[in-house]
Design a protein around this ligand. Structure first.
Ligand SMILES: *[C@@H]1O[C@H](CO)[C@@H](O)[C@H](O)[C@H]1NC(C)=O
Ligand SMILES: *[C@@H]1O[C@H](CO)[C@@H](O)[C@H](O)[C@H]1NC(C)=O
Length: 350
């Protein structure tokens, strides 16, 4: 079949057409809707300013948070509590226009309590060059495993600066699932061989916007352009659901077993067969780097990697894409993507 996807240099309108078509296909594949049966919180009920309070704007109803980046500073918020497992979610609208060099992150971490053996789960949006697809990455660290990056990178199938979309992180004692809207895009199933690399200590939830000119876009060649400031990331539909604990208590003051059982029984904690189809489709079309297929870096894939043949055949030993990028990347673009990956990997050892 000669789909327009095969063409080398798609125009922007063709790109939009593809986005719409593919969104439709993913939606079809995902015909069992997961009802995220969760209640949303106001900012005051859930978060506190983390840095640069002057760049944090709250709506009058306290339900929408705008994080600004300008030439003085980025900004960030942190959950008021620590959670020992949970479901964390927000509808996020990315800054529009020129966003190269800007990173918007929604993540969990406990680096402030466990400096040398921290845990972390990341969703990071890596800015874009106008007219090109946005890119984002997910990552997992446990017990200070910063020398063992577990990153995956993807293109987005929609323009995340146009409307809000829900991004979610599920973290249970058994599995981790990253969601974009209702689509599970990555699942990490806990494996005994991961040992401490599986995050298991209480974490806070963060949302930040910052200047990552040195690496985020085209390996750092595209910098933040402050003529377009302020850059605004808007967060709403805030969900923090999990067992609240005191991180410095070695024996948690609250017994989390009931709340973790409820978390693991929630519909979003299991990837149904239908949802798995959508996940496969998403990963085959949009994933352009996975540590699981980077055999130069990990000759033996880390223990949690589930090698999917249809995914593996897409990648070279560097973990980058082997064939053509699905929506028409040229060789030049692929080489740039490779350099970007390398630079981002280098930078992710922060
Ligand atoms: C976590 O890291 C600490 C210090 O690096 C180490 O002593 C401990 O054994 C690790 N825990 C697990 C479960 O791997
Ligand atoms: C936690 O609660 C469960 C049942 O709710 C109970 O079986 C278990 O013994 C409790 N654990 C601790 C450490 O209190």
């Amino acid at each position: 079949m000669h789909s327009p996807i095969e063409r080398k240099q798609p125009s922007f309108s063709l790109f939009l057409f593809l986005c719409i078509t593919i969104t439709f296909k993913i939606a079809i594949a995902f015909n069992i809707a997961i009802a995220f049966n969760v209640s949303t919180l106001t900012f005051g009920e859930s978060y506190s300013p983390l840095f640069s309070k002057f760049n944090i704007q709250l709506s009058p109803d306290d339900k929408t948070v705008r994080l600004l980046l300008n030439r003085f500073s980025g900004s960030g918020i942190i959950s008021s509590d620590y959670y020992n497992y949970g479901f964390f979610s927000a509808s996020i609208k990315m800054p529009s226009r020129y966003t190269a060099g800007i990173v918007v992150a929604f993540y969990t971490s406990n680096v402030d309590t466990f400096e040398y053996n921290h845990d972390e789960l990341d969703i990071e949006f890596l800015g874009n060059v106008q007219g090109k697809a946005w890119r984002f990455q997910t990552n997992v660290y446990g017990n200070g495993s910063v020398s063992r990056g577990r990153e995956e990178r993807y293109r987005m199938w929609f323009d995340p600066s146009k409307d809000s979309h829900r991004y979610s992180i599920l973290w249970t004692p058994k599995n981790i699932i990253f969601y974009v809207d209702e689509i599970p895009i990555r699942e990490v199933i806990r494996n005994e061989a991961m040992r401490g690399d599986y995050p298991s200590k209480p974490m806070s939830v963060y949302a930040t916007i910052w200047d990552a000119s040195s690496w985020a876009t085209n390996g750092g060649k595209k910098k933040v352009d402050y003529r377009y400031q302020p850059f605004i990331a808007e967060f709403k539909d805030l969900v923090l659901q999990g067992c609240v604990v005191d991180p410095v208590d070695q024996i948690p003051s609250s017994n989390c077993s009931d709340s973790n059982a409820a978390l693991m029984a929630a519909d979003f904690a299991t990837v149904s067969a239908e949802a798995r189809k959508s996940m496969r489709l998403f990963r085959q079309r949009y994933m352009y780097y996975s540590y699981c297929y980077d055999t130069l870096r990990y000759p033996v894939p880390p223990p949690e990697c589930l090698i999917v043949p249809s995914e593996r055949e897409m990648f070279k030993s560097s973990g980058g894409l082997k064939g053509k990028i699905r929506f028409g990347g040229s060789n030049r673009r692929r080489r740039r993507a490779k350099r970007r990956s390398d630079a981002a990997i280098a930078a992710s050892g922060r």
